[in-house]
Design a protein around this ligand. Sequence first.
Ligand code: AMP
Length: 453
Amino acid sequence: MPKLQPINKLKGFKDVLPEDYVYWNHVLAVADEVMLSGGFDRIDLPTMEKEDLYNRTTGEETDVVGKEMYTFDTSRMIGSKDKKKDKDENIVALRPEITPSMVRAYIENGMQTWPKPISLFTIGKCYRHENPQGGRYREFTQLDAEVFGEEDAAIDASLISLVWDIFQRLKMNDIEVHINSIGCTECKPRIKKMLVDYFKKKQSKLCEDCKKRLKKNPLRILDCKNERCQSTIAGAPVTIDNICEECKKHLMSVLEYLDEMGVSYNLTPNLVRGLDYYNRTVFEVTGKDDRRQNALAGGGRYDYLIEQMGGEPSPAIGFGLGIDRTVDFLKNNNIRIPKPKSKVNIFMIQLGEDAKKIALKKTRELRKMDLSTGIAIGKDTIKSQLRAADKVNALFSVIIGQREAVTNSAIIRDMRDGVQETVELEDLNGRLLNMVEERIKEEEEYKKKAKSK
Ligand code: AMP
């Protein structure tokens, strides 16, 4: 047969292999732990929604929706029977961010009547058809958290402190929190007008995208990454100098609460964030050196969005934290993560056909007793199987050779010190259970002692 070309993954997508999954597991576990301890409930939402949801929330004029969204017309899919059905159902999009689904779910599931505030989080994939580069993928994973029903500045500060805590627990010290306020319905239009007046005079110095933004969303110019615009942006009116008194008070309270909680931050006047719906507090967390390129997390208030989406007016705030970039950060900065616990407590080693049959049967029995097991079927020497047991950090090995198969016995080997004992096959499971439980208890006590020192 002629050699066939393998099929590779799509550009901007990636495989997470076991050596990286250790990092993923750690980041996901810490994120989960911090959010749960902060009183958040976990939910799960679809990765695909009606396209209109994003047009009406994130905004058609944003890059995320206008340029990068994966949109499908399902009526045109091969074999589709949807051709004459509701058009609205047919045009769907893979989520470029999660807040719109959160807001939809909040309204659709009647959460408006639940006691407030409602604190929810989810972890899942997002899709953006961006130009892939370091830290920028077309498929990526976000931790998304939202608090509905409270406008007090203390909520803003405590949400930011949760993000901070996640990174602190991950020992990511070289990071910064940036905060700004972009005003409310009263002052935002005034700020927009000031910016339009300013940038109009300097239009020739702006990039093509910013020329368009000038008409549609002048605030976004402040967030432009193009080198060409930077000197003009540097001289632009500053949002926090022009927000109303109420917004100023709100921002000052957020900062005071953060001071109180010991979260360090930078007040960053041209932080505006790329999406349409934000008001008042906006924030971003970045690595110290690369603020413009690789934000690790970002969020803000969106007190008008729920009403815009057909719900009862309610204040809300949320953030998205990039799991991929967090993993990249840990790896790039050589940050140590805890050694993963051994997945395998007991490793089965066998020699000869009869021993193999016994080993397979025993493996299944041990698994049923919740003892995790490993076995290296393809390896034919005891030495190579012991090496495999070592590699997976097994606590004990069970060796069943030809002699043991005949005498209905097995050898238990302690992988820590190599001490071995022989037991009857019928006593094997009980003995192993005791030994593993004892070992786990020992390790926990050792850890407790080490912590108290
Ligand atoms: P955003 O909604 O753009 O503020 O994104 C929130 C977080 O998701 C960012 O701070 C990043 O950590 C992460 N993120 C956004 N876009 C991407 C992407 N294309 N690839 C990887 N991570 C991303």
